[in-house]
Ligand binder design. Structure first.
Ligand code: 5GP
Length: 323
């Protein structure tokens, strides 16, 4: 979205030094910044060079910074050079072959975008040509993130806490411990399911029981943060279930797969995202023997992935009831 004069703020996701930028039209006019700095965009009239100031800087003079689009494209290109250079050349087809599995989407993008040039097989650098420059998948290139000044709403007491980390490292165990340490302060979401309610269960306590048709409609309407299928039934965590924990003025604890975090980083939730660093492999070998009992339900669920995001927590509310 184009910035209204001075109304847009961005967080820089990279360090920038204009004196080292060969592309900038005038080095003196550039604005240096560090990763994490908040910049105020003063003009986006030029598609390549935006004008910006450091947040709160009283000096009215703005400096030039590379636009998001421009920075994404050149970073993507730089990565492509790094990726393409060590590649083996397949003599018959002249397509770049990428060693191993690519990490992230941009690699898949490059697989489509680059083709080895038949003419230039001598120097590594000129060994590829771009089919179409717009094909670079820039989704993975960190440049800027739009932000807004944070003002706590009067009704808002606590925020969402998202726990991420490697599967099997005990995220759910950690969540359970926090929860039982203070059930007035912490809350967890009640998941939805399409399976039949068991006699000892109550609707809205262990699960919110809904029909398959309604579940599918809700999936279509993006109402779920994540969902999966287990024994022919759907299970999922809805956005509304997070809202209802927060509405009770509790800290909502949620453990999710890393790729769902981007859906939760919204103005509404402003979550604290905590990466749980795993202990050393030696320590894991010792502690996981006991922890296996706790995580075995995770393993069960992971056995039948539906959307690839199924290896999440077992029914949270149940843990609370059993605690
Ligand atoms: P049960 O039907 O025995 O209560 O649970 C079956 C499986 O569904 C469990 O392994 C549990 O981990 C999984 N499950 C429960 N709630 C959710 C949820 O919200 N999302 C996903 N993806 N799986 C869930």
């Amino acid at each position: 979205t184009p910035a209204k004069e001075g109304k847009m703020f961005i967080k820089a996701l990279f360090d920038y030094d204009p004196t080292e930028d060969k592309a900038i039209p005038c080095k003196e006019a550039g604005l240096a910044f560090r990763k994490g700095d908040i910049l105020q965009i003063m003009s986006q009239d030029d598609p390549t060079w935006w004008q910006a100031k450091h947040e709160g800087d009283a000096n009215p003079r703005a400096g030039l910074i590379p636009s998001k689009h421009f920075q994404e494209r050149r970073l993507a290109l730089r990565r492509a050079e790094i990726l393409v250079q060590p590649l083996k050349v397949s003599s018959r087809k002249s397509y770049a072959t990428f060693p191993g599995h690519g990490s992230g989407t941009y690699l898949a993008g490059f697989r489509r975008s680059f083709r080895l040039s038949r003419k230039d097989k001598k120097t590594n650098k000129s060994m590829y040509e771009c089919k179409k420059s717009e094909q670079y998948d820039t989704a993975d290139v960190p440049t800027y993130e739009e932000v807004t000044p944070y003002r706590r709403q009067t009704h808002e007491k606590y925020r969402l806490v998202v726990l991420v980390g490697p599967v099997g490292v005990g995220l759910n165990e950690l969540k359970r411990k926090l929860l039982i340490s203070d059930t007035q302060h912490y809350g967890v979401t009640v998941p939805h399911t399409t399976r039949a309610r068991r006699s000892q269960e109550s609707d809205g306590v262990e699960y919110i029981f809904i029909s398959k048709h309604l579940f599918e409609t809700d999936v279509q309407n993006n109402k779920f943060i994540e969902y999966g299928e287990y024994k022919n039934n759907y299970y999922g965590t809805s956005i509304d279930s997070v809202r209802s924990v927060l509405a009770k003025n509790k800290v909502c604890l949620l453990d999710v797969q890393p790729h769902t975090v981007k859906h939760l980083r919204t103005l509404e939730f402003k979550p604290y995202v905590i990466f749980i660093k795993p202990p050393s492999i030696e320590r894991l070998r010792v502690t996981r023997k006991n922890a296996k009992i706790i995580s075995s339900r995770d393993d069960q669920a992971a056995a039948k992935p539906f959307t690839g995001i199924f290896s999440r927590s077992p029914c949270d509310q149940k843990l609370l009831l059993h605690a």
